[in-house]
Structure formats: structure tokens, C-alpha cells
Design a protein around this ligand. Structure first.
Ligand SMILES: Cc1cc2nc3c(=O)[nH]c(=O)nc-3n(C[C@H](O)[C@H](O)[C@H](O)COP(=O)(O)OP(=O)(O)OC[C@H]3O[C@@H](n4cnc5c(N)ncnc54)[C@H](O)[C@@H]3O)c2cc1C
Length: 266
């Protein structure tokens, strides 16, 4: 029978060494401990000091081990309507939000993630150490598996979202279950028309989708009366008794609502 060892890196260099040795990272443990490994090394990140949250110039920097609860508090202080605040306030339960970390959540990016849509829409940057060092756009981190191998997320940087109006929506069977899909809409207006729009859907085929064609159409032609599911550029599998067709329709309706209500000053 294999043996599972724990490591407790207390600095960036010790964390780098753990990554070189092939250790798996343990943030909040809420994902990894669903199917705990029975051998190898788990490097617990709680002593690395990577949980700092700092406002630097026009950007906010959340440490990779900052919990959902602390990030939610910081985002709420920046702006009670902040998209991260809206999304994380309904994620999991209060007890779990005290454990779930930003780094673990982004590295896992489950289809029900409450974090993914806002981070993609805000065009966040992810700071890494290990086999790859430095900052990368969140979309690169998600699309390039090479960036996720033997690396640790040390921080996530976002624009404070000044001027963006937001609409956040999660569709779930009950208040306490995982979202089946999420919709994030950001809009910034010039006069009555949106000058910029960002629309991200999660839970769809491929886990997430930034609806760029729709964004461009809305910025050019204004808000449509209704968004159709064929405008999303993706589709949904049947899930938990809901047909893929219904989930796509639900998503399109929610995007329509978001485009009309998100607001945002130019
Ligand atoms: C009942 C329940 C309901 C939930 N509901 C929601 C919800 O509504 N919305 C939501 O967004 N989430 C929800 N979650 C949380 C989600 O499912 C994951 O469990 C969570 O995002 C994982 O974060 P963690 O910090 O616990 O990561 P861990 O479990 O510690 O790690 C997850 C993965 O990330 C890797 N990892 C950890 N930290 C880092 C790092 N800093 N850098 C690189 N890799 C790292 C690990 O090696 C592992 O592969 C829920 C969880 C539960 C149990």
C-alpha cells in the first residue's frame, strides 16, 4: 500500500522545491479531498503566506491562497455591486467559503465554478511560480495545460471594474447545490448604448465560453430585443433532468436580462 506524505512549504522557494519534486498542491482541500490521493506528497499551502489581498494602483491583487470569504469581503468593500462580490456571495456555503481558495478554485475550474465567469470577463491575470514563472492572462492559463503542470497560482490580479455594470446569475436546483450553469455579463455604456460588453457562460460544453461574436454584435448594433440560444456559440448537455435545449434557452434569457439591466457608466 502506498504512503501519503504531507509537506508544509513556508516560502516561495520551498514551494518551488515541492513542485519540482512532483507534490500535489492542497489549497482549501474541498476539491482534492473528494477523491484524496493515497500516495505521493500533498503540499499544503497554508503556511506560504500567499493569502495577501492588496489594492495596487488601479489593480487588485488577490493572493492564491486567499479564501472565497476574504475575497468576497474585499470585493464588497471595493464596490458592493462588484461582479466578484455578486458571484461569491452565493458560492457554496459560508463554512466552505472559509476554506475554498482562489488558486485551488481556478486550478480545478469545475463547470459549476462561481469564480471562472467573473475572472474571464474581467480579463484577470494569473501569477505563477514553478515550471512556468510570471503573469499570464487567465484565458491562457485555462487553455494551455502546460501552464498548469507543476506550477502554483500565487496571485490573481484584476481591474477594479470601475465603470462596468454587472449581471451575475447561477442556475441551480436548490440554493445549496452546485450551479448547473452561470452567466456573467459586464457592460459599459456611452449614453444609452453599451460601448463595451463582455459575456461569459460556464457549465456549457467545454466548461466555459466567452461569447465574443455576441459581444461584438451588441457593441455594434445595440442591445437586441432577445438573445437566442443560437447566439451563444456553444451548447449544453442534458444535466440533472434538464435538457441541453432548456439550459441553452435559460442561458440566453439570462444574458438578455443582463444586457438590459447591468448598467455601467461610460
Ligand atoms: C458542497 C460544495 C459546494 C460547492 N459549491 C461551489 C459553488 O457554488 N461555486 C464554486 O465556485 N465552488 C463551489 N465549491 C468548491 C469547488 O467545487 C471546489 O471544491 C473548489 O473550487 C476547490 O478549491 P480548493 O481551494 O478547496 O482547492 P483544493 O481542493 O485544495 O485543490 C483543487 C485542485 O487545485 C490544485 N491547487 C490548489 N491550490 C492551488 C494553487 N494555489 N495553484 C495551483 N494549483 C492549486 C490542487 O492540486 C487540486 O488539483 C463547492 C464545494 C463543495 C464541497
Amino acid at each position: 500500500m502506498g504512503v501519503l506524505r504531507w509537506a508544509y512549504p513556508a516560502s516561495r522557494d520551498e514551494l518551488r522545491q515541492c513542485l519540482r519534486d512532483g507534490a500535489r498542491l492542497h489549497g482549501g482541500g474541498t476539491g482534492i479531498l473528494r477523491r484524496p490521493p493515497s500516495e505521493g506528497t500533498l503540499a499544503d499551502l497554508s503556511r506560504t503566506g500567499l493569502d495577501e489581498i492588496a489594492v495596487a494602483g488601479s489593480a487588485v491583487r488577490f493572493g492564491g491562497t486567499a479564501t472565497f470569504a476574504r475575497v468576497l469581503g474585499a470585493a464588497h468593500q471595493l464596490d458592493p455591486q462588484h461582479v466578484i462580490s455578486a458571484a461569491l456571495s452565493t458560492a457554496a456555503s459560508p463554512g466552505l467559503r472559509n476554506r475554498i481558495t482562489l488558486g485551488g478554485s481556478l486550478a480545478l475550474f469545475p463547470p459549476w465554478s462561481s469564480l471562472l465567469g467573473p475572472l474571464i470577463a474581467l480579463e484577470a491575470r494569473v501569477e505563477l511560480i514553478g515550471a512556468h514563472e510570471g503573469g499570464v492572462p487567465v484565458s491562457d492559463y485555462l487553455e494551455n495545460a502546460g501552464l498548469r503542470r507543476r506550477t502554483a497560482i500565487t496571485a490573481i490580479e484584476i481591474d477594479p471594474a470601475d465603470g462596468w455594470g454587472c449581471h451575475w446569475y447561477a442556475f441551480r436546483r436548490t440554493r445549496f447545490t452546485y450551479p448547473l450553469l452561470t452567466v456573467t455579463v459586464l457592460t459599459r455604456h456611452e449614453g444609452d448604448s453599451p460601448a463595451s460588453v463582455r459575456v461569459v457562460v460556464t457549465g456549457c460544453r467545454g466548461r466555459y465560453r466567452r461569447c465574443r461574436e455576441l459581444e461584438e454584435r451588441v457593441a455594434a448594433d445595440g442591445i437586441p430585443d432577445a438573445v437566442a440560444s443560437s447566439d451563444l456559440g456553444t451548447d449544453f448537455r442534458d444535466l440533472q433532468g434538464f435538457s441541453g435545449e432548456y439550459l441553452a434557452h435559460r442561458t440566453a434569457v439570462e444574458i438578455s436580462r443582463g444586457l438590459k439591466t447591468a448598467g455601467g457608466a461610460g
